[in-house]
Design a protein. Structure first.
Length: 529
């Protein structure tokens, strides 16, 4: 008599032998982590998300360009003869007005400030000549250097278009990175699920072949009994029919393996991997794994911290808050403080066409005589300057457009807050569901193994009864089918447990933890700096 425990051991050895004997020569050994790595490098969706994240990162950097200093340089020449409504026009004899010819150049450097204000540094130089009789210097060299600060005190103090642009760009970058991470998580989950389905499908083929072998053994025993006269020849019909039925199931299982392989290939191969599409895949991982008892409360809090959907919703909410702050800012009146200081320089030479007013001597101060260097020197000496302090106040009357925009922005902000709360609730439910699925899968494994052990004992007993003429082919074949069903149920429960474990990791956002995977480089590129 055969021992049931020995039957289980023989079956395990037979499965490994059949797996090795039936593997195609072109089959490619593949581990789960290798499959995940290939999928992350080859996923078109991840490549699209990664490029979008890189573009948003560039946009965030570009938004800070609003604080780049602006340099403006100007140069020009003019010749002016303006009519003078005065008896003292100083025009040359025979002319109605003097002519002024000037060349000017200027430089302005302006800079936005993080406080919403702006500071500008300006410098200018000019050279003028004139034939007017009352002008002391011709040519005259003028210089100017000044500084101006304009600082908002109400509108644009807390936020302005530059800071709004930066905040929106940062929020967009956060959303794009969260979308990329979410796509990476989905890809890992899809590869994991497909991989374990393939492992289960290949194990099912082994079970189907073992079922055929058992039926063939039963047919051999029946033929022996028929030839010995212990049974009618009609008894051969039932095991023969059962063999053919089980072969049909085997063919369906082989097709399921092919379909499972194709799904894995879809995830890990590229269009350029021509030969690999025709290869089989031999998973190197085992379905068996140690059970885990997750702390649902801790996993739920972990999910709320790690899930990219929360980060994306939080970034969207920050976008709406920035827009709301900016819209509310436009409702406020404008009050700007303006401070400026300028210094001037002047020098030149006596006007050859100059004259004097009777009774007023035309004397040129010695401090002003000279060319460009003298003009800059007088500027440094501080003889001529201009200091200004002022307030500029402006209020739009009615301001209905800004008030309506602010109300709409506040509504959008409250909607984004509600959406974030909804996503957090959905994630809590997903963690609870994943925990329940994981617990159920673990319990199913225990039940399946108990059923398998019972099925082995029942088949052994039925075979012993058949050997002494106390059972029939129908009962033995039924016990064989029960055994095959129990083995398939164990395989399915193990695969479901592996899938439930992966789903728990996805629900908690921990699929990337413990893996050397940067979402920004998930498609095989260097992450954006």
């Amino acid at each position: 008599m055969r021992d049931p425990g020995a039957s289980a051991a023989v079956f395990a050895v037979m499965m490994s032998m059949m797996a090795a004997g039936n593997a195609r020569g072109a089959d490619r050994p593949l581990g789960l982590e290798e499959a995940i790595g290939l999928a992350l490098r080859h996923s078109d969706t991840i490549i699209i998300r990664r490029e979008a994240a890189a573009a948003s990162d560039a946009a965030a950097g570009g938004a800070r360009g609003a604080y780049d200093p602006l340099l403006e340089v100007s140069a020009g020449w003019s010749r002016t003869t303006e009519p003078v409504n005065s008896a003292f026009s100083g025009a040359p004899s025979g002319e109605l007005a003097p002519t002024v010819e000037a060349g000017r150049t200027g430089l302005v450097v302006s800079q936005l400030l993080p406080t919403g204000g702006a500071v500008s540094l300006r410098a200018a130089a000019s050279r003028e000549t004139t034939d007017g009789a009352f002008t002391l210097l011709s040519p005259a060299y003028g210089t100017r250097v000044g500084l101006e600060l304009r600082q908002p005190l109400l509108r644009d103090l807390a936020i302005d278009p530059a800071r709004l642009g930066m905040q929106l760009a940062d929020a967009g970058n956060m959303e794009a990175m969260a979308a990329l991470e979410g796509t990476v998580n989905d890809t890992i989950a899809a590869v994991t699920r497909s991989y374990w389905n393939l492992v289960a499908a290949r194990r099912e083929v082994i079970v189907r072949r073992e079922a055929i072998r058992l039926a063939e053994e039963q047919l051999e025993e029946t033929i022996t009994r028929v030839e010995g006269g212990a049974a009618p020849r009609t008894d051969e019909a039932q095991p023969r029919a059962e063999i053919e039925r089980r072969r049909g199931e085997l063919f369906e299982s082989i097709e399921s393996v092919s379909r499972a392989e194709n799904l894995v290939k879809l995830l890990i191969l590229t269009d350029a991997d021509g030969a690999a599409w025709l290869e089989g895949i031999e998973p190197t991982e085992s379905l068996e794994t140690a059970g885990v008892e997750p702390d649902i409360a801790a996993e739920m809090e972990r999910a709320l911290l790690l899930r990219p959907e929360v980060a994306a919703a939080a970034a969207f909410l920050e976008r709406r808050r920035a827009e709301s702050r900016f819209a509310s800012n436009d409702v406020r009146p404008a009050l700007d403080a303006v401070v400026s200081y300028d210094r001037f320089g002047l020098s030149g030479f006596e006007n050859p066409d100059g004259g004097s007013i009777p009774g007023v001597p035309a004397l040129i101060p010695s401090e002003l005589e000279g060319g460009w260097s003298r003009s800059w020197a007088t500027l440094g000496e501080g003889h001529f300057d201009d200091t200004r302090l002022g307030l500029v106040f402006g209020i739009p009357l009615g301001n209905r457009t800004a008030r309506a925009a602010a109300a709409g922005a506040r509504n959008a902000e409250r909607g984004a807050e509600a959406e974030l709360a909804r996503i957090r609730k959905v994630i809590r439910v997903e963690v609870l569901d994943a925990g329940a699925a994981l617990q159920t899968a673990a319990q199913r494994i225990e039940a399946a193994r108990a059923a398998l052990e019972s099925a082995e004992v029942q088949l052994f007993a039925e075979q012993e009864r058949f050997a002494v003429g106390l059972s029939t082919n129908f009962l033995v074949l039924t016990r064989q089918n029960d055994l095959s069903g129990a083995r398939l149920e164990e395989i399915e429960s193990l695969a479901d447990y592996r899938t439930a474990l992966s789903q728990m990791e996805r629900a908690t956002g921990s699929l990337l933890q413990g893996r050397d995977t940067d979402p920004a480089a998930a498609a095989g590129e260097e992450p954006s700096k």
